[in-house]
Structures are given as structure tokens and as C-alpha cells.
Design a protein around this ligand. Structure first.
Ligand code: UD1
Length: 418
């Protein structure tokens, strides 16, 4: 297993391009199951999660080929309705094939998914919504088995929480359903909007994406699509916090500033300088960081996927910060590592209080999951001395060559085979 070795204390400087969004690429790969022939997704990051999703699709008879940043997905021989167990178990987003398989083949058998250990992460909203579209679904022995007699039927669906994954799964299924589907309390996240834009290109009529009420008018067949994936707001946010925590100054290109508004608000409150244009941002970390109150919320609120990273930053602020997590119940997995590095953090039921310290100290820590691992990496960049981050296979699931990007910006970080 590889690890990162970081010598802390080097301010990040320079310019970098941000990759395409993993969280848009994964539902779009599932969405390709709906299209006839060969679809192309551009700007797809090279990540373990993308590879795992490719294996899921290949297990269904689909051909997936990567040419640089483009994935070519050929569904001509899509014939199996049972998803391969191993890759599905590794990736929560593999549940997103449920809707497309049902809509396209009338049958799907998918084991309950795995993924990051950040909470219970049920799939009840996916199942309930698909039942409302007419599917018969049973969950037995860890498998979801779904059938439909004839076509799925458009319906009016209310989501108890604006789940990103459930919104995407239901939009995908509704695209081949008869009639109109309304999804109320839908997620308004940029990744959902990207899925809507992909489906529109394939011929589906969709309104309301980016709001909490999405209307989908199903079609009989989806054309093949050529679609460019949106920039990864979580990779961008992580690099931005990396610049601030090291008191550096960086510019990021090929981002969507609009998608990062809630992060910019919080970072400005902490004292960072942020100059945001449409597709570009320049950030500068100050010497004295102010403490902050952050609450994670569905988009456009503060993203839970940036909570561990801003918690690491708050550990170095002048005063007490309160970070509340409302999306996942077990998302403070980075706290033991930060404490080991000298952070003062008290954990409550769904929030942490950090009393800023003047410096963190390098030591050996373990990445607990993707974003928790990112938080520890950022802490290591700012810490005095040498930090070793073990378990970086988690980071490889969500960040492409993170150490290379940080090195380009002047960080002293290397990947070492353990
Ligand atoms: C997606 C993102 C993940 C991000 C999360 C929240 C992808 C591949 N992953 O995950 O990085 O952290 O959004 O922004 O896009 N819930 C239910 N029942 C369900 C589904 C969800 O109760 O059937 C709950 C979850 O437990 C959680 C909340 O809804 O508390 C939000 O989860 P959801 O938006 O579905 O997250 P994912 O789509 O899995």
C-alpha cells in the first residue's frame, strides 16, 4: 500500500487546471446505459472509482474504452441485468445503474452497494421512487431485485431528503418511462444539472434542473450522446483550502465559480482573499485565520464533501470554530488523525468544536476515507516537520494524482511504496 510523505511548511504557489467531476462522471456512465450505440463522455478524470464503474458496466456486456480524457461507452451488447458483485460492493454510486437497467431491460439485480464508511447511507429513496414508477422491487440477502412489466410509468415523486443519488437514479429511469415524472424536493446540485443536460442531448425533455422540482417527459429511445463533464468542485475546493492552509497564493482554471459560492463565503469570513471570475479563481491565504461556523447542507449549502478539509483549516484559526455535519452521521473520521497532529477538537453528536492552535505537528496518520484523507493531507502540508499519510488508496478513489498537483504548486509531497 502506498503512502504520502509530506514535509510541511511550503506555501503553495502557481496555476493549475481542475479535472472533470467524479460525481458527475459516475451517474453519466450509468446514464449511458440508456443510450443506443456509442456515447462519449469527455473530461473524465482518471480515478479508481471511474475504473470500478467501468467494470460494473463491462459486467453488463457494455464496452468501455478510454482515449485520453474521453470515455467511449458502447451499449450495443448490453444484455445482462445482473451487475457484477465485486465492483458494485466497492462503489456506492453503482446503485445508479438500477434505474437505467430497469428502464432499458425491464429487470435489474444489483447487490447493496459499498463505498466510503461515512454513515448508514441507505438506498430507500431510490427504491421507493422506482416503485412509484411502476417497478416491483424486493431486497433479499443483500440484493436489490427489480422488475417491471412493460414500460415504467411517469409519476409524481417526493423525496424525503434531496438525495443527489436518488434524484439522478429517478431522472435516468424516468427518461424511458411513459409520460411525465415530477421529482419534488429534488437535489439542485450541479451534478444533477449535468445529468439533465446529458439527457436533454439524448432527446429527453427536462425542466427545472437546478431547482427542487424537476419535470421529465420520457421518450421511447435515447440517442447516443457526446457530452463534456463539468469541473470538479470538490477537487477545486480541496486545492483552494490547501493554498489557504499553507498561506500560499494560487490560481485555478477550468472551474465553475458559481458552484463554489458557499465555500468562498466561508473562506472570506476566515480572512482569505478570493478573486473569482466565471471559470477561474485566485486565492490568497492570510496570516491570521478567523474562526468560523459551518453547517453542511444540501446544495447550494456548504458541501459535506468539503467539511473535513475546512475542519483541518479551522484547526489553525485564532479561536473556536464550530463545524456541524447534517448530511452524514459518521463524517468526523478525520478527527483522530488531526488530533494526533496536535489539533484541539471536541466531538459532539453531529458537530465538532476546534480551538485553533498555532501549529500542527507532523506524524504518521491514516486516511480514513476520500475526503477525510484529503483533510489530513492538507494538515500535513501546513504542519511542522514530516507527516506520513497511510491508506492513500482512499484518496486515489477521488483525486487524480493529488500529490503531483500539489507538487506542481510547490508542496513537498511524495508517494512512497510502503
Ligand atoms: C453524493 C455524492 C457524495 C456526497 C453526497 C452528498 C456521488 C457519487 N456522491 O452521494 O460525494 O457526499 O452526494 O452531497 O455523487 N439518503 C437516504 N436514503 C436514500 C439516499 C440518501 O436517507 O435512499 C440520505 C443519506 O443517508 C444522506 C443524504 O440522504 O444522509 C444525502 O445523501 P445523497 O445525497 O443520496 O448522497 P449520495 O448520492 O450517495
Amino acid at each position: 500500500m502506498d503512502k504520502f510523505v509530506i514535509e510541511g511548511g511550503f506555501p503553495l504557489k502557481g496555476k493549475l487546471k481542475v479535472n472533470g467531476a467524479k460525481n458527475a462522471a459516475l451517474p453519466l456512465m450509468a446514464g449511458c446505459l440508456l443510450t443506443e450505440g456509442i456515447s462519449r463522455l469527455e473530461n473524465v478524470p482518471s480515478l479508481i472509482d471511474i475504473l470500478t464503474m467501468s467494470q460494473v458496466l463491462e459486467g453488463l456486456g457494455v464496452k468501455v474504452r478510454r482515449k485520453n480524457r474521453t470515455l467511449e461507452i458502447d451499449t450495443t451488447h448490453l444484455s445482462y441485468y445482473e451487475a457484477p458483485y465485486k465492483p458494485v460492493k466497492l462503489l456506492r454510486a453503482s446503485t445508479l445503474i438500477l434505474g437505467p437497467l430497469l428502464a432499458r431491460l425491464g429487470h435489474a439485480r444489483v447487490c447493496l452497494p459499498g463505498g466510503c464508511n461515512i454513515g448508514r447511507r441507505p438506498v430507500d429513496l431510490h427504491i421507493k421512487g422506482l416503485r412509484q414508477l411502476g417497478a416491483r422491487i424486493e431486497v433479499n440477502n443483500g440484493y436489490i431485485e427489480a422488475h417491471t412489466k412493460g414500460n415504467l410509468q411517469g409519476s409524481s415523486i417526493y423525496l424525503n431528503v434531496p438525495s443527489v443519488g436518488a434524484t439522478e437514479n429517478l431522472m435516468l429511469a424516468a427518461s424511458l418511462a411513459r409520460g411525465i415524472t415530477l421529482i419534488r424536493n429534488a437535489s439542485s446540485s450541479p451534478e444533477v444539472v449535468d445529468v439533465a443536460n446529458f439527457l436533454k442531448r439524448a432527446g429527453v425533455k427536462i425542466e427545472g434542473e437546478g431547482t427542487n422540482l424537476i419535470k421529465i417527459e420520457g421518450v421511447r429511445q435515447l440517442n447516443s450522446v457526446h457530452h463534456r463533464i463539468i469541473p470538479d468542485r470538490i477537487e477545486a475546493g480541496t486545492l483552494i483550502i490547501a493554498a489557504i492552509i499553507t498561506k500560499g497564493e494560487i490560481s485555478l482554471e477550468e472551474i465553475c465559480s458559481n458552484h463554489l459560492t458557499s465555500l468562498f463565503v466561508k473562506l472570506r469570513q476566515m480572512g482569505a482573499e478570493i478573486e473569482a471570475a466565471d471559470r477561474r479563481v485566485k486565492v490568497k491565504g492570510g496570516n491570521l485565520l478567523k474562526p468560523i461556523r459551518v453547517e453542511t447542507l444540501p446544495y447550494p449549502g456548504f458541501s459535506t464533501d468539503l467539511q473535513p478539509q475546512i475542519t483541518a483549516l479551522a484547526c489553525l484559526a485564532r479561536g473556536t470554530s464550530v463545524i456541524r455535519e447534517t448530511i452524514f452521521e459518521n463524517r468526523f473520521t478525520h478527527v483522530p488523525g488531526l488530533r494526533k497532529m496536535g489539533a484541539e477538537i471536541k466531538v459532539g453528536t453531529s458537530q465538532v468544536r476546534t480551538k485553533g492552535v498555532s501549529c500542527l505537528k507532523g506524524t504518521v496518520v491514516r486516511a480514513p476515507d476520500i475526503r477525510g484523507g484529503a483533510a489530513l493531507t492538507l494538515a500535513g502540508l501546513a504542519a511542522e516537520g514530516r507527516t506520513e499519510i497511510e491508506g492513500i488508496h482512499h484518496l486515489d478513489r477521488g483525486y487524480e494524482g493529488l500529490e503531483e498537483k500539489l507538487s506542481k504548486l510547490g508542496a513537498n509531497i511524495t508517494r512512497v511504496e510502503d
